[in-house]
Design a protein around this ligand. Structure first.
Ligand code: DC
Length: 223
């Protein structure tokens, strides 16, 4: 039997790294829903809209067409026919995605796309509201988190490895601010689903977390 796996959690908890590895081990499709919000964010930024301008975002969202394709098993994100995968991780894009994803019209735009992918394939889908809203019947639900310090350190190391100069305190503040926004918004706030397994990766290696979640998936699949 195929199953769907929902992985939710705050920014920097390692969701995408882990979800990708679990999907590979299980032979499932990895769906990065944050990338979809980020693609919409690129659309708003391209139009010169500021993250605070809710009215302009609501108007602009109608003209955005986000499509997901799998090329050699890797998710590619298209915005109005253009492959924007390379731009998704920009800092400005992340900030715009965090602000605009709080707007119900923005979330509605992506709801069916996400549900349809899970109907079509066995997926490991990561995001903020997958276990609570998008796939409430997912067979495995994980809430993956880590302390703010750990997440800030990971982000710092990631940027440093790319040769980007950065300030640790600023990254920490940015993560706290993003947590606050994601957890306190009215629509689909980030929270642990009642039936989700809590995994705190602060003191775990990537392999340990992957192993733990894969074991839960295998267990569920064999039931
Ligand atoms: O996981 P990420 O950092 O790529 O997500 C970018 C932003 O998109 C994040 O601040 C919250 C939002 N998001 C969301 O609201 N719901 C999701 N399912 C995925 C992401």
């Amino acid at each position: 039997m195929g199953i769907n796996v929902a992985i939710d959690g705050p920014a920097g908890a390692g969701k995408s790294t882990i979800a990708k590895l679990v999907a590979k081990k299980m032979g499932y499709i990895y769906v990065d829903t944050g990338a979809m919000y980020r693609a919409l964010a690129i659309h708003f930024l391209n139009k010169g809209i500021s993250p605070e301008d809710e009215e302009a975002i609501i108007l602009a969202v109608k003209g955005a067409d986000v499509k997901i394709r799998y090329e050699a098993g890797v998710q590619q994100v298209y915005l109005n026919g253009e492959n924007v995968t390379e731009r998704l991780r920009d800092e400005a894009v992340g900030n715009m995605a965090s602000a605009s994803s709080a707007i119900p019209r923005v979330r509605e735009k992506l709801l069916m796309l996400q549900k349809d992918l899970a109907k079509q394939f066995d997926v490991v889908m990561d995001g903020r509201d997958i276990g609570t809203c998008i796939l409430p019947d997912a067979e495995v639900k994980i809430y993956l988190t880590a302390s703010v310090k750990t997440r800030a350190k990971r982000r710092y190391d990631e940027l440093a490895a790319k040769g980007i100069e950065c300030d640790f305190a600023a990254i920490e503040k940015d993560i706290e601010e993003r947590d606050r926004r994601d957890m306190t918004r009215e629509t689909a706030p980030l929270k642990q689903a009642e039936d989700a397994v809590l995994v705190d990766s602060s003191d775990m290696t990537i392999e340990e977390v992957t192993e733990k979640i894969t074991a839960l998936c295998r267990d569920r699949r064999e039931r």
